[in-house]
Design a protein around this ligand. Structure first.
Ligand code: AHZ
Length: 300
């Protein structure tokens, strides 16, 4: 397959933009450069399938683009530009639960010392002592997402669900997770209505699962570990206790079975730890720790 040309970075200056605004006629004679419909299709198709082709072998797959998955992707991609990092997100909109702070309220609370990450990515906040508040959770999520997507070594396939894990036996006969099995989410949701719609695969020496706590799609890999015989039973997420929950998630972030790291609230289902409710420091710090664990595995 022909490689797609590298991204052209173009950032016009404010003066240039103002000049265009004067030159372009917004009073009725605005004109676009001519295009044929097929050019639009081909522009998308060649890039999308080139990404699928190229990412069929990845270095790291991150399942789930919520606050934990995106924090992990940011740290990993930034620290290791040599790694091909592929994020698979079931929803059309990446971000998971991090578009809101809690309930339907917009401000996002982050306990110290995880506020360091906000300074790193350039998200402003108000300092309340033990914690900080970002004025809108979407400011955190959109900033993080834009930084992750701008990195050359990251590919995000959204509207794509991980339906299964690739679990192989190594030469010593031990089982290890060696990648993921994917399908477009609309297909994954329709397996009951069609006789057979086989999935696709992505192999990777490290899979980081960040699919959140149990729900329609959540805790995917933890649940699959049980049905695949890699884990006896789920610990099941316990009741809310912010002070116990946040350190438990961060300190428990680890490779739970060879080749598979769990991060974020998925870990609470695996370990049976508490939930923390609407405070996001642990999601950030757990994502960062998952990135460190992945680098340790890849460097060993
Ligand atoms: O769509 C899911 C979401 O964006 C995605 N996902 C789940 N299953 C998937 C699958 N394939 C691909 N099989 C899948 N993607 O994973 C993302 C999870 O994001 P999240 O925000 O739900 O989880 P998180 O662990 O990043 O953040 C949890 C935030 C919470 S929940 C909570 C509480 O309930 O007390 N408190 C906090 C801070």
């Amino acid at each position: 397959m022909a490689p797609v040309a590298t991204t052209q970075q173009y950032a016009p200056s404010v003066a240039e933009v103002q000049k265009y605004d004067i030159l372009e006629d917004y009073k009725g004679s605005y004109r676009f450069a001519p295009i044929e419909e097929a050019q639009v299709s081909r522009a998308m198709i060649k890039r999308y399938f080139n990404t699928m082709y190229e990412r069929a072998i990845s270095d790291v797959v991150i399942v789930g683009a919520g606050s934990a998955g995106l924090s992990c992707a940011y740290r990993l991609a930034n620290s290791r530009p040599d790694l091909k990092i592929t994020i698979i997100e079931a929803n059309v909109a990446p971000g998971g639960g991090a578009w809101l702070g809690g309930q339907l309220m917009t401000p996002m609370v982050i306990r110290k010392p995880a506020d360091r990450f906000l300074r790193e990515i350039g998200v402003p906040y108000e300092d309340e002592g033990a914690f900080v508040v970002v004025k809108h959770a979407a400011l955190f999520t959109s900033t993080l997402l834009s930084k992750v997507l701008a990195m050359d070594n990251v590919a995000l396939m959204n509207a794509t669900a991980v339906e299964d894990l690739i679990i192989v036996k190594d030469f010593e006969g031990k089982q290890r997770v060696a990648g993921v099995v994917t399908n477009w989410t609309l297909v994954a949701l329709n397996h009951d209505t069609q006789s057979c719609m086989d999935p696709n695969t992505i192999t990777a020496p490290v899979v980081i699962s960040a699919t959140g706590h149990d729900g329609p799609m959540g805790a995917f890999s933890a649940k699959r570990m049980v049905s695949a015989g890699l884990l006896k039973e789920l610990g099941n997420m316990r009741g809310l206790d912010m002070n116990r929950a946040e350190p438990a998630i961060v300190n428990g972030t680890r490779e739970v079975t060879p080749g598979l790291i769990l991060t974020g609230m998925e870990l609470s289902e695996h370990d049976g730890s508490n939930r923390m409710g609407p405070t996001f420091g642990a999601m950030i710090a757990s994502g960062v720790k998952a990135a460190q664990e992945a680098m340790k595995i890849l460097d060993s």
